[in-house]
Design a protein around this ligand. Structure first.
Ligand SMILES: [Fe+2]
Length: 401
């Protein structure tokens, strides 16, 4: 058996250890030899922005990320600017068009700000692409070597839901700041004094919203093409409010670093939040990114001070005697959670703390979740009703319910 319980270079560079990661993102061991499509973990989350120059500053000033690399006209990339930011072991890449004829312009016109590429680190790009082809996936980039003075990466890509892709990267022979063509870059931005060094350390999961009736197709895609396993299943009443509903299933890679809940709208009295997303994103796409923190209290306080807006949680959520009975002992008093609107859920393995932002951009599409896990490998099922009611209040204010 080939154990995959090794730290990735990004995790090592972030000073993480295995026990920490097991708690932070629910990392598990598994036998990679039997995996037709071995995935080590996340490589990068690539966003398209209407103004990457300003978005890159937002992720530094609001989310405490650090600029590490850049590509743009000054480096010979005349099509677009690309800013690479890190927080702990996770990497965001923010792309924005420079050339008015860049394909990013049309992509942004259609979808707005959003995630175009959920790039994954794999030990064998060719094996993954061959498996994807054999399983009927669309290959959007054949495996190739790309080289610069920092070494060589092996890279390929497959299509997933909507216009989203999974780039597959083997960077074991590369020590540059990101990919060939990028230069190391730092910014002059100084974080607020007293702010924690990092507001999040890793990425926990990315939720995909797909069209009505398509959830099972995409679950099957991740099972068949990428060898992902089904983690949990939430259907029907679990996640219905009085007005709107959705269905959700969760797939994960073997070591559970990469977790993809997949949502589709369900028929209800009013328009589902998933329908609102699909309408404004013009199709299927990534809905929310859950970033993991070891101290959600400190992170939320810093994010609020930096101007990030979170969904409100009504006091009735905390005053419900059932909640207190359900969650038992957690590491902070419930009053501390209530003051910040942080949700809590418990299952047979432990508990988790979580909170959700309002949409990050102009369209009601992509948002973030902060999650602090204490043994629970779930996704906050017990909070879905409270969360969705909070989302519906916002949806109603936008005139979209
Ligand atoms: Fe989530």
């Amino acid at each position: 058996m080939t154990s995959t319980l090794n730290l990735t270079p990004d995790e090592l560079a972030a000073g993480q250890d295995l026990d920490q990661l097991k708690q932070l993102v629910g990392l598990v061991d598994y036998d990679a030899d039997k995996d037709p499509f071995p995935v080590t973990g996340w490589d990068a989350i690539v966003f398209v922005s209407g103004n990457a120059t300003q978005s890159a500053l937002y992720y530094q000033s609001a989310w405490g990320m650090e600029l590490v690399a850049y590509s743009g006209p000054e480096t010979g990339n005349r099509d677009h600017k690309s800013f690479v930011l890190k927080s702990g072991s996770i990497r965001f890449v923010i792309n924005g068009a420079v050339d008015p004829d860049s394909p990013l312009v049309e992509h942004h016109r259609k979808h707005g700000d959003g995630v175009v590429d959920i790039a994954l680190e794999v030990p064998d790009v060719d094996k993954c692409i061959a498996q994807a082809k054999a399983a009927g996936a669309t290959v959007v980039r054949e495996p190739e070597d790309v080289t610069d003075e920092h070494g060589t990466i092996r890279i390929g890509a497959i299509a997933t839901y909507g216009e989203t892709i999974h780039t597959l990267v083997d960077r074991s022979r590369y020590d540059g700041p990101y990919l060939p063509g990028y230069v190391a870059q730092q910014s002059n931005y100084l974080p607020r004094p007293g702010q924690p060094k990092r507001l999040f350390q890793a990425l926990d999961h990315i939720v995909g919203n797909v069209e009505l009736g398509k959830m099972d197709e995409w679950v099957a895609f991740y099972n068949r093409v990428m060898g992902f396993v089904n983690m949990a299943e939430f259907i029907g009443d679990d996640i219905a409010t009085d007005y709107s509903a959705l269905m959700s299933k969760v797939v994960a890679n073997g070591n559970h670093r990469v977790k993809f809940p997949l949502n589709e709208p369900a028929i209800a009295k009013k328009k589902s939040q998933i329908d609102e997303y699909l309408e404004f994103y013009r199709g299927a796409g990534a809905q929310h990114l859950a970033v993991a923190t070891g101290d959600i209290i400190a992170s939320v306080d810093a994010l609020r001070a930096n101007g990030v807006e979170f969904l409100d949680t009504p006091d009735s959520y905390y005053e419900d005697p059932e909640l207190r009975a359900r969650i038992g002992e957690v590491r902070v008093p419930v009053e501390e959670l209530q003051r910040r609107g942080i949700l809590v859920d418990r299952d047979e393995d432990g508990y988790l703390l979580q909170i959700f932002t309002k949409p990050l951009g102009d369209r009601p599409t992509v948002f973030f979740e902060l999650i602090e896990r204490h043994g629970s490998l779930g996704f906050g099922k017990g909070n879905f009703k409270a969360l969705f009611e909070a989302i519906e209040r916002e949806q109603d204010r936008r005139g979209n319910l």
